[in-house]
Design a binder for this molecule. Sequence first.
Ligand SMILES: NC(=O)c1ccc[n+]([C@@H]2O[C@H](COP(=O)([O-])OP(=O)(O)OC[C@H]3O[C@@H](n4cnc5c(N)ncnc54)[C@H](O)[C@@H]3O)[C@@H](O)[C@H]2O)c1
Length: 385
Amino acid sequence: MAMRRALTSAVKSVTVNSALSSSSFTRNVHGSSGSSKKIVGVFYKANEYASMNPNFVGCVEGSLGIRDWLESQGHEYIVTDDKDGPNSELENHISDLNVLITTPFHPAYVTAERIKNAKNLELLLTAGIGSDHIDLEAAAAAGLTVAEVTGSNVVSVAEDELMRILILVRNFLPGYHQAIQGEWNVAGIAYRACDLEGKTIGTVGAGRIGKLLLQRLKPFNCNLLYHDRIRMDPEMESQTGAKYEEDLVKMLGKCDVVVMNTPLTEKTKGMINKEMISKMKKGVLIVNNARGALMDTQAIVDACSSGHVAGYSGDVWYPQPAPKDHPWRYMPNHAMTPHISGTTIDAQLRYAAGVKDMLDNYFKGEDFPPQNYIVKEGELASQYR
Ligand SMILES: NC(=O)c1ccc[n+]([C@@H]2O[C@H](COP(=O)([O-])OP(=O)(O)OC[C@H]3O[C@@H](n4cnc5c(N)ncnc54)[C@H](O)[C@@H]3O)[C@@H](O)[C@H]2O)c1
């Protein structure tokens, strides 16, 4: 009951574009009102944590809180965390599902092969932001629609980035480890713990999350820089106090802290490599909650080991879940976590509501809010092209 109430109020807070318009692209995405659909959701499993919070809707057990709603309309709703390999539960349903709901936190990798085998697939919805786990070119070529809940967890991620910046700047983690290991060695922390004030912080990408981070950093009296393929409007620049850096390499050379905030695209994949790191200041700190594959994995390991990068923190890895032997688990000077920043309870309620809204539009043959489309009628959203 409490969950339903929370979800209902979250649903109200999400803008719905109710413009009537139907697409007639290859797989008849918005022209199929009335019929019963097979919908598969792939989420992380919560096990013993599932019953601890009625608003915990982002897990398999919570199923985005939409099971009763879907089944009452005659749709079939299958939910699993078993996503990888030819014998996975997802694979068993690939041949006849109509809608696949995935999430970046426990990504079901939707390859060209899976798309080819999913003959009835029409719609791929991302519960969250970032659809790079889907082969977007293959989805476009197959006439599928890919949409995400744009804006749903941007505050959650920006807040988390601010926390990670402070954790790195203050050299917090060695102090925490001392506390739980019965040690007391102030020098071991203090020799490189700094204030944030006066430091230069640059965000690579200043879209929704990047802007929210800059707004949150403003009261710390830092020098704020941003690089993006598009310059902000002057009002936002003066509100955040951030200076535009057209040349990424030049910006990287000025930063004490670099924060990654671009999507993972063909252009951004592996963009922070050995050469880019060599342009950064020795002792730079890096925060990356955007995507693990923006980084050259080994270049980060090497730079953290040599001390060129004095601290690296983020919640995104490639692949996910990160295998036990992923080198970022073992490199020095890191403050990594599993992929958590965008799946706070508040974020879950917002992306669950957004998925429900889009399914509702889909059943009625209506369009989604335009900013939610990643692939529509054979075209990728502009930043993915
Ligand atoms: N860790 C998490 O839980 C989590 C949650 C949400 C989003 N994310 C990640 O963060 C990314 C950003 O989210 P957002 O909501 O701010 O997206 P957004 O679309 O609002 O902003 C992305 C910005 O990156 C810029 N950009 C794109 N390609 C670029 C390039 N080649 N060079 C320079 N700038 C480029 C765009 O112009 C845009 O301003 C998502 O795509 C996703 O990968 C992570």
